[in-house]
Design a protein. Structure first.
Length: 301
């Protein structure tokens, strides 16, 4: 089966290679000409323009969009709508906000096209391990894309599925990432407590390896943590700066809208934001208040 792919960064490139290895042909476009060239060298088909990408696809076209969420997705769809035919399928496989996906579905289907939103998890490991895909959209276009999903997934019958109507794929992926925030925060806090118990001289890489087998806290995330600690046990050369790509914020906003208590996910997001504050004003305010009401010592520059 042919698939058009827009966005040939690390994840997009790995997806194209996994599909090629499974016998599917990818026609790919990226504004980075070197990425297009690498795709062609690997055995897939590179397209220097969107127009050529569409021309190289035969029959009913399916185009997977892997670009940053927001306006880049809207711009890409607007350009493709001028080139495609009724019934062709647009797939947003990036980390888009689910309400944007619902809007795009309505706009795209009103013009005769199909729209599928795919929350995609797997990152740089997807080429080897396969991708987890949470899919939203109408049943017919999703079913027509089954060969693609089966090839990208960890197994044909595992790690992917249509979870509901348009927008639901990105909604489920949003919650998935919110849970990921909380899990990462718990691991980070636990290992920090272990590291601070200096009198026991604990070996963090060893403990991570022990927990990987038989423990109730074992997970793929722990596997990756253990690997990272084995390479850099003291975390040398790293800054205490943690980005967030948006999904955690959206999850917290959704919890508030639904009147759902989600303290772990919310606090994990707040800690990420806190990590970016240099000598932050909040902690200095806390210090001076303790000094005022209790005469507690304060540290000064």
């Amino acid at each position: 089966m042919q698939l058009g792919l827009i966005g040939l960064g690390k994840m997009g490139g790995n997806m194209a290679e996994r599909l090629r290895l499974a016998g599917h042909q990818v026609v790919g476009f990226d504004f980075n000409a070197e990425a297009v060239k690498r795709l062609a060298i690997s055995g897939n088909v590179g397209a220097p323009t969107l127009e050529e990408l569409v021309q190289k696809l035969e029959g009913r076209r399916a185009i997977w969009i892997m670009v940053p969420q927001g306006d880049p997705v809207d711009q890409t769809i607007a350009k493709l709508e001028q080139l495609l035919s009724p019934g062709d399928i647009l797939i947003d496989g990036g980390n888009s906000y689910y309400k944007d996906s619902i809007r795009r579905y309505k706009e795209v289907t009103a013009k005769g096209f199909q729209f599928v939103d795919v929350g995609t998890s797997g990152g740089v490991w997807g080429l080897k391990e396969g991708y987890s895909m949470m899919i939203g959209g109408d049943k017919e276009p999703v079913e027509s894309l089954r060969p693609i999903f089966e090839a990208l997934a960890p197994a044909a019958d595992k790690g992917w599925g249509r979870v509901g109507p348009a927008g639901s794929g990105h909604f489920v992926k949003m919650i998935h990432n919110g849970i990921e925030y909380g899990m990462m925060q718990a691991y980070a806090e636990g290992f920090t407590i272990l590291e601070k118990k200096e009198e026991l001289d604990l070996n963090l890489p060893q403990i991570a390896q022990i927990w990987r087998y038989g423990s109730v806290v074992r997970s793929w995330l722990l596997d990756l943590t253990a690997d990272a600690l084995s390479k850099n046990p003291a975390l040398e050369g790293l800054e205490a700066w943690v980005e967030d790509s948006g999904e955690g914020r959206w999850t917290v906003f959704e919890a508030i809208d639904l009147n759902i208590s989600a303290p772990v996910i919310t606090e994990s997001l707040m800690r990420r934001i806190r990590s970016r504050e240099d000598n932050n004003f909040t902690d200095r305010m806390l210090s001076i208040m303790r000094s005022e009401f209790g005469g507690h010592a304060v540290k000064k520059d």
